[in-house]
Each structure stands twice: as C-alpha cells, then as structure tokens.
Design a binder for this molecule. Structure first.
Ligand code: ADP
Ligand code: MG
Length: 606
C-alpha cells in the first residue's frame, strides 16, 4: 500500500480557513488585527467603519505607509509578513503583528477588498479576495495608505456565524478592542463609525505619551475621567509601570474599563488584574471593578507574548514578582492620591513638616526567595511599621526598593497654626482631615486596630515586641481551660511583649504587656485577650498567629470615645498609612471613608 500517498499538503485556502478559527473568533478579533496593522503601518489617523456590529462590514482606513504591488498581492498568503524574518526576532518584537496570519485568516472567511497606495506610487491597487482566493486585482484611484473592507464575515462558515452573540454583545467587544488600541496610542487619531453614526472621534494627542493618555481617556470615557485619575509610575531595572488607575468612585459593575498593556500590547490577565484590584480592597464595593489603564514594559525576552494565537495572554519569567510589583505600585499611587493635601505643601519655614513615611516594603523580583504574592501581601508583616533602613535586606541582584526616595507624602504641618482646620476629632470617634480630593474621615478605633494588628503579626513572625512593665505585677488564677490556653499561647504571647511567669497550680504572674497597647485597662489585658481569642477562635479559618494578632488588636486599640490630642491623631494617621493594608481593619471594615469634593458639591446642589 502506498502509505506516502495518503499524506497531502492541504490546499492553502483550506488551511487558512482552519487557522482562521484561531485568529478570528468573532468580529472583534478581526478588528483587532486590522487596527494593529494600521498602527504598525505608521498611520497618523485610523478610521473604523462598522455595519451591523461588524458582521456585515468591518472597514479600516489608514493613512499609513501603504503596500507595494508585490506586497499587496502577497499579504493574503499565510505567513506573509514584512515584520519578522528570523527566529531570534521573536524576542524583540516591536510591531503588534508578527505572524503574518491575520490577513490570510480573515480573507479565508470573508469577502475582502483591499485598496492601498504608497506615497511614492502614482496609482493605487485594488485587490478583491473571497474566501481566500484573489478574484480581482486592478489599479485604482485611492489616497495614500490602506483601506481594508471585510464584508460578511464567516459567510462561508455558517457554524461560526451561528455562534456569534447578539449584535449588542459583538459590538461591545469591538468597542473594547477599539478603546484598547486607542489607549495604547494617544498620538494617533481614531474614529469609530457604526451604522453611519459616529461613536468616537479621538483627536491625536500631542505631548509626552504618559501625559497624552489623560486627555485620550477623557475623550474615550467622558469628561469627568481626566480629573479622577491617579497616576501610577514606577521604574526598576526589570520593569517599568506607567498609566492611570481610576479613583475609587469610577468603579463599574463590569470589567470593561480595565486595560492592561504589556510592551504595548493589550493583554487579558486574571492575575495581573487581581494585582490591581486587590489594591482597591476596602475602597470599592465588592463585586465592582475600578477603572485602570496601565502599561508594563520590560525586557521582551522576559515575557512571552506568543502563548496565545490572538496574542492576548502573556507569561512572565517571574509572574509572582510582576504581580507584587504591580500591586505595590497601584497601592502606593492610591495612597498618595488619598492623602495629597488640598492646600500647598508645607513651606520651607515650616519647622517640622508632618511627613508620612511609606513602608520600607521589601520588593524582590526573580530569583530571590521572597517575592511578594497575593497572600504574602495580605499578611506580610515586615512592612507593618516604620521605615527602618537596616530592615532593607539585600534581596539579590535584581531587587529594587520600591519605595525609596519618592515615598514621602507630606501633609501640612498641624503645628503651623491652622491645625484645627486640618485635623478634627468628631464625637471622639472619627478623625477628619482635608485631602486634595475632598474630606477624609478615619475611624480611630478601626484604624488603630489595623496598626496594632500588623505590628503584632510582625512581632509574632519575626521578632520581639517591646514590653511595658506594669506598675504592680498582677497575680491571676485562671480557670483550667484558660490556663491550658495560656500555656499553649505562651511563646506567642511573649513574642507580642507580654511578660508572664507561670507559677504552680493555675496561677500566673503578669509583669508586663505589649508596649503599644492603648486601651484603658492594661491590668486585665491578658484576661481580656484570652476571652477575645476564645470568641474569635470559634470562627474557623485564620491561622493561630493571625487570630491572636487580631484579638490583641481588638482589645488593645484606641477605643471609640477616647479623646485624642492632635499629636495622637497625627500619629494614628501616620501609622495607618505606613500599614500594608491601610484601608480595612483586620475584621474587614473600612478604616477610612473619603468624601470627594464633587459629592459635597452635588449635595449642595451645584
Ligand atoms: P502581520 O501583521 O503579522 O505581519 P498580517 O497578515 O496582519 O500579518 O499582515 C501581513 C502583511 O501585510 C504585513 O506584514 C504588512 O506588510 C502588510 N499589511 C497589512 N496591513 C497593512 C496596512 N494597513 N498597511 C500597510 N501594510 C499592511
Ligand atoms: Mg497583522
């Protein structure tokens, strides 16, 4: 039997049709490829024209470089690309396209008309391709650049056509794709027309890319956006982040206003989305999604953009490191925004400007043992306190101290005369202060709980808490159950700063308690704590040390109702924003509420 004879090379039109399944799943994927081609062609202006959510017509008109006659004839062939020549090139892809698959795949499943002309050519060329076959090719009059009209997508693949969702859904995907491209290149003018109605007309933004992004976001999403953006920007030798995240008020019930780019490409990444989202913990309601438009750039050899046919997924050589970095950068940006003073920064003659110090968070990237991850971020206590230089261990060649230098956030000096305007205590429970975006209200008890919790965890995990000696050592007779518990927790309790000596029977002497404790009755703190721990213990879940830290924080925190002097209020705010998760107390309640100035204006009917 002639076995060899049974293997045939597929006709190209057929293999293109199969490949189209990967590249072109829906109208939006064709739109993405064609917009990317226009961008790659150096266009200054790109127009997208749609009919019936792209199912009837997708047309892209650009003023880019155009194609020569030869290129125009070749561009529908699979792996025909002008962009990638050798395998090593895969590591330094600077164009959006590189596979030479898109036009071949789209043409295989649609009726396509290409009109193109280079500036150097006298006449243009019009090529029609139906279902992957060129049906006509003739000179034509056309302006410089390229117009590609894709009609009746999937006309010859009924199964795929039937799989399309409602026009509204398909249109939504297209718009998201359009928005992503438009965000990635504010310097290019983009227009979107659907069924003869203009949906977007975005002028080219001049100026430095990072700043041009702000008006572009405004043009795309609405005039209120530019004033509600928090810049994020951080650079390490490994990774650069820039872009904007929305103020918490911009949250939506869907994720469609979340854009993440890696080396200029839009990507969908659950993990990186989570890295950003989790920085909003306590700031946006559960089940809502903040706005972001964030760009990561890194050495292309450390990121794989090739894992997905539509190039929408990425893999990094250090996923956890990137996660931690992104999370920290966004958290810092949000923190800075929440605390930026409305009035001028303290002037030079201010004797002692009140400076909030960001935590000396250790941030490490690949190859080191302690990369920040979701779980570590929530419980990592090394950062829960104060900026101490000697705590910055050398974490390896690529480690970067994220917070160095730029970390100080200043708030007007309360001692400089106008303190009663800037710090108020309301009903002995809330601390009020003015911030750039409006009014910040801090729940003193919840805030202090957060502070004590993170500090206690730090002591439990890696150190020794300081002890304050009681004036009179206290001898306590415990119940059998409490005494057992006490014995079990003794090492942890002394790590926290308790000074306890067990005597015979069920008696113990308490000589000292943790030094940071604030609550009134230090004498009975140990008994209080054991009782609280026992109650907390009934809710399963957290590990022992976390529970203990939580119980101590709850018992030891400044009470609601305690009168605070300005220095104490300042100290609470200072310490709170040095915490890893300043916005929620350990029990998940908000520590801070912000009332934006617009909200006040609205209430006053402006
Ligand atoms: P890729 O973008 O991966 O190279 P495509 O199939 O998308 O593959 O495009 C094939 C080739 O056609 C491109 O490499 C480019 O040379 C040419 N081309 C496609 N669209 C345009 C355009 N709008 N302007 C100029 N050339 C284009
Ligand atoms: Mg392409």
């Amino acid at each position: 039997m002639d076995i060899e004879g049974s293997i045939r090379v597929m006709p190209e039109a057929l293999s293109n049709k199969i490949a189209a399944g990967e590249v072109v799943q829906r109208p939006a994927s064709a739109v993405k490829e064609l917009l990317e081609n226009a961008v790659d062609a150096g266009a200054g202006s790109v127009t997208l024209i749609l009919k019936r959510a792209g199912t009837e017509l997708i047309q892209i008109v650009d003023d880019g470089c155009g194609m020569s006659r030869e290129d125009a004839a070749a561009c529908f062939r699979r792996h025909a690309t002008s962009k990638l020549f050798v395998a090593e090139d895969l590591n330094c892809i600077s164009t959006l396209g590189f596979r030479g698959e898109a036009l071949a795949s789209i043409a295989a499943v649609a009726q396509v008309e290409l009109r193109t002309k280079r500036a150097v050519d006298g006449a243009g060329l019009c090529i029609r391709n139906e279902g992957g076959r060129i049906v006509s090719s003739e000179p034509c009059a056309t302006s410089d650049g390229t117009s590609l009209a894709v009609r009746n997508l999937f006309y010859n693949v009924p199964a795929r056509r039937n799989f399309l969702k409602t026009p509204a859904t398909e249109l939504r995907h297209i718009i998201e794709t359009f928005q992503a491209l438009a965000l990635s290149r504010p310097d290019i003018a983009f227009t979107l027309i659907h069924d003869d109605a203009e949906m977007h007309r975005l002028p080219a933004e001049t100026g430095e890319p990072a700043e041009a992004l702000r008006p572009r976001i405004g043009a795309l999403f609405g005039d209120q956006y530019p004033d509600m953006l928090v810049p994020v920007r951080e650079q390490t030798s490994y990774l650069t982040v820039h872009g904007f995240v929305g103020m918490p008020e911009l949250h939506k019930k869907h994720r469609s206003e979340q854009f993440l780019f890696v080396n200029g490409r839009i990507v969908k990444s659950r993990s990186l989305g989570h890295a950003i989202q989790s920085a909003y913990e306590g700031l946006v309601p559960k089940g809502t999604w903040p706005f972001f438009c964030v760009f990561l750039s890194m050495d292309p050899s450390r990121v794989d953009v090739n894992v997905h046919p539509a190039k929408a997924e990425v893999r990094f050589d250090d996923d956890r490191g990137v996660y931690g970095f992104l999370h920290a950068v966004v958290q810092k940006g949000l923190g800075a925004m929440l605390l930026t003073p409305l009035v001028d920064a303290p002037s030079a003659d201010t004797t002692e400007p009140w400076v909030l110090k960001s935590p000396a968070r250790e941030f490490t990237v690949p190859g080191t043992t302690h990369s920040a991850s979701a779980s570590e971020f929530s419980s990592d206590a090394s950062s829960a306190g104060y900026y101490r230089k000697d705590e910055q261990r050398d974490a390896g060649r690529q480690s970067e101290e994220l917070y160095r230098g730029v970390a100080s956030l200043s708030i007007p000096d309360a001692a400089s005369g106008n303190e009663d305007m800037l710090l108020w205590q309301l009903h002995d429970r809330y601390i009020l202060t003015q911030i750039q975006s409006g009014l910040m209200i801090i729940d003193q008890h919840a805030a202090h709980e957060r502070i004590l919790y993170e500090r206690a965890l730090g002591h439990l995990r890696q150190g020794q808490g300081l002890s304050q000696q009681l004036l009179f050592a206290r001898t306590v007779d415990f119940s059998p159950a409490d005494f057992e518990l006490l014995k079990e927790l003794l090492p942890d309790l002394s790590a926290l700063g308790f000074d306890i000596e067990l005597l015979s029977g069920r008696t113990a002497v308490v000589r000292g308690v943790p030094s940071e404790i604030h609550s009134g009755d230090k004498e009975v703190l140990l008994e209080d704590l054991l009782a609280q721990y026992r109650r907390d213990n009934e809710q399963a879940g957290a590990e022992r040390q976390e529970r203990l830290a939580r119980s101590l924080a709850r018992r030891g925190a400044i009470r609601s109702g305690a009168v605070l002097v300005p220095a104490e209020m300042r100290s609470v705010i200072d310490q709170l924003f040095a915490c890893d998760k300043p916005y929620v107390c350990p029990r998940g309640r908000a520590t801070v509420v912000r009332i934006p100035i617009d909200e006040l204006q609205k209430r006053f009917g402006h």
